[in-house]
Unconditional design. Structure first.
Length: 152
């Protein structure tokens, strides 16, 4: 049922809005592990917490909000959250611009959203096989293993 509602939502957005703007969070814990989520309404791929920016909300604030809503991520006072890059994503009739932020120095509270089926923390060099290709590209960029791209 959730997948059907997500498809209907996606269809309505594609009819009414051709371009969306969103943010994702690459939250890396003190042990160098990346926080990933599996969504309840999407595929079984591991992805970054993220979503659309609200009207009047900065992309930085959107990334932090999505990290909190989807995974309980709270930056510590000594933490950082810096822009990694902005990417063009074209998928199934959607055109998105996604800003990816790297957060270091954070805590996680046990908080789950209906959107999230599972949370996981993985070493940057040992992501699960079902990690989304876009996440792998962002990690490779972060590690300097590949040049940055403008495309998701």
């Amino acid at each position: 049922m959730i997948r059907l509602l997500a498809r209907i939502r996606r269809l309505l957005y594609s009819v009414g809005r051709r371009v969306t703007v969103g943010a994702s969070l690459m939250a890396i814990d003190d042990d160098g592990r990346l926080l990933l989520v599996r969504q309840s309404y999407g595929s079984d791929r591991w992805v970054l917490p993220g979503g659309g920016a609200h009207r009047g909300e900065s992309l930085h604030d959107a990334a932090l909000r999505e990290g909190w809503e989807e995974a309980g991520v709270r930056p510590r006072p000594d933490g950082t959250c810096a822009l990694h890059g902005v990417y063009l994503r074209r998928d199934g009739g959607w055109t998105d611009h996604v800003a990816v932020f790297v957060a270091r120095g954070w805590d996680i509270e046990e908080r789950r959203s209906w959107e999230i089926a599972e949370l996981g923390r993985f070493p940057l060099d040992a992501l699960p096989p079902t990690t989304a290709a876009s996440v792998r590209r962002r990690v490779d960029e972060l590690l300097g293993a590949t040049d940055r791209s403008d495309h998701w």
